[in-house]
Design a protein around this ligand. Structure first.
Ligand SMILES: [Zn+2]
Ligand SMILES: [Zn+2]
Length: 179
């Protein structure tokens, strides 16, 4: 479940695109992000995190950020880091990303009812629900602003947002929902 907004500043006419939430694609996104993070392609923080916690998980939910210093709005991923709760872990070899319970089978049917294509969809919402139960937050990702290097916080895009330049309230000009 996700939502996207296009917001616009009345004064300078700048358009700002923001979104939050994830769709079905996020299973692949999660696997890819973790793989890349382990290879050091997602920066030092995640690289070190996975080096110490090989069975850690990160939240790849799409979020919007607000810079606490300059007010810049940007899009990105949550990247909160989770590690398994000692009491809840039932073995070191368990890899939740391979657990069949998170994969829903989907298929396309031919005219005669026979299946001609099968694929698995990763149920990210269910996965994250479980992660939040049996993992604990290790650390929030320290997001920094590209513009001023200030600290960014995750912002609720349905709340009031302001133009980083003019400081006037942004108008919603369109929104898109997806499952
Ligand atoms: Zn403006
Ligand atoms: Zn900034």
């Amino acid at each position: 479940m996700g939502i996207s907004y296009v917001k616009r500043c009345k004064k300078c006419k700048r358009k700002i695109y923001c979104s939050s939430g994830t769709g079905w694609v996020s299973g692949e996104l999660l696997v890819d992000t973790i793989k890349q993070a382990k290879e050091g392609r997602k920066g030092k923080v995640l690289y070190e995190f996975f080096r110490e916690h090989g069975n850690g998980i990160i939240d790849v939910e799409q979020v919007s950020f607000l810079c606490e210093d300059c007010g810049e709005i940007s899009k990105g991923y949550d990247w909160t880091m989770y590690i398994p709760d000692k009491n809840a872990s039932d073995g070191t070899d368990y890899d939740p990303l391979k657990d069949p319970k998170y994969f829903q089978e989907s298929y396309l049917e031919d005219y005669d009812g026979s299946r001609y294509m099968e694929y698995g969809c990763f149920d990210y919402s269910r996965f994250m629900e479980d992660v939040k139960k049996s993992y604990r937050v290790y650390s929030k990702y320290p997001h920094t602003c590209k513009k001023c290097k200030g600290k960014k916080k995750i912002v609720d895009i349905e709340s009031k947002m302001y133009c980083p330049e003019c400081k006037v309230k942004l108008d919603d000009i369109s929104s898109v929902f997806w499952d």
